[in-house]
Design a protein around this ligand. Sequence first.
Ligand code: SAM
Length: 353
Amino acid sequence: MQEHVFHSPLRYPGGKGGLADFVKAVIEANSLCDGDYVEVFAGGAGIAWALLFEEYVRRVHINDLSIPVMAFWRAVVGETEALCRLVQDTPVTMEVWSRQRAVQARLSEHSDLELAFSTFFLNRTNRSGILTGGVIGGKAQVGKWQLDARFNRPDLIRRIQRIARYSARIRLYNQDATHFVATVLPALPIRCLVYLDPPYFRKGQELYENHYQPSDHESLAQLIGSRVAQPWLVSYDAVPEIVALYASYPRLDYAISYSAQARYRGAEVLFHSKGLLVPCAWNPAAAKAGRTRATRFGAGVLEAFEAAGPSNNSLQATAPAAFTSVSLRSPSVRPAGVAPELNAGRRPTDVLP
Ligand SMILES: C[S@@+](CC[C@H](N)C(=O)[O-])C[C@H]1O[C@@H](n2cnc3c(N)ncnc32)[C@H](O)[C@@H]1O
């Protein structure tokens, strides 16, 4: 069984850290190593940290419209020590929780660091990490789990410090996605992978402070098609409205389990720019059975792995996150000259048994 490694200190409903191995394979297959990587709807940015730590990319660009979320990332890279001191020294109690809630209600009255810590504290103590959600264990703090259940100080401080070590290679933005796509992306190099993970079409309203209306999804799809010159990936909940918007692009279907509010197993979909080489997905059920499959990466390299058990974050391992931990960069496991398979809109029925 392989555990997904969590690099992000933030828990995120719909967090995509579990897709990191898939994105690494895409970067390799398309000769994008040592280039730039962009998260337009970054949230916890789990993929970006994995790519930096494992030296897949030179620079990461992190954008999110949320003021609290970006205040947190600014503190991680710019006020690391002060932030870690707060994480270390602040008692995790209901009284502190109420104070941190009050900070979010009056953003402009607080310093960046106060806002950053409040965001982190509520993210780690609220159910599913939702800033405006209920506290773990309820206000009465009765029940199996209490508000400190996900507040492992040494581990979280380690995650913050590790990201901070890469500060010089991290660019932060706090812009609306459409503005970012229209103004920032054109100035970035072509050797760059752009990942967009917009709020879910169906559940976005319940999960994120900033959510999208159907017309926003439509404008974004048009903008991506007309303005993004670099290779791109877009992930969504698999709903007919979204599939119709991206009908002219290659698509890959997969399933993801997450625990935002109620436990929910969702069908997700990933679209990508034409010409991008993307390894094909496989059936999580086959992965459970421990089967391996041959791909043009080389037989057995993309070995399906057993589904991981419940993790401390929202994403559980399913395809296409289900790559092995085998380093795809290693020449010993990827024979030279073996090109990855181009995914041409495969469905679950296309996967190997
Ligand atoms: C699905 S989540 C991203 C999760 C992220 N991929 C991760 O792994 O943690 C969507 C994110 O988009 C942000 N967002 C919503 N509307 C936005 C907009 N108009 N521009 C930029 N970001 C936006 C939300 O604040 C939220 O963090």
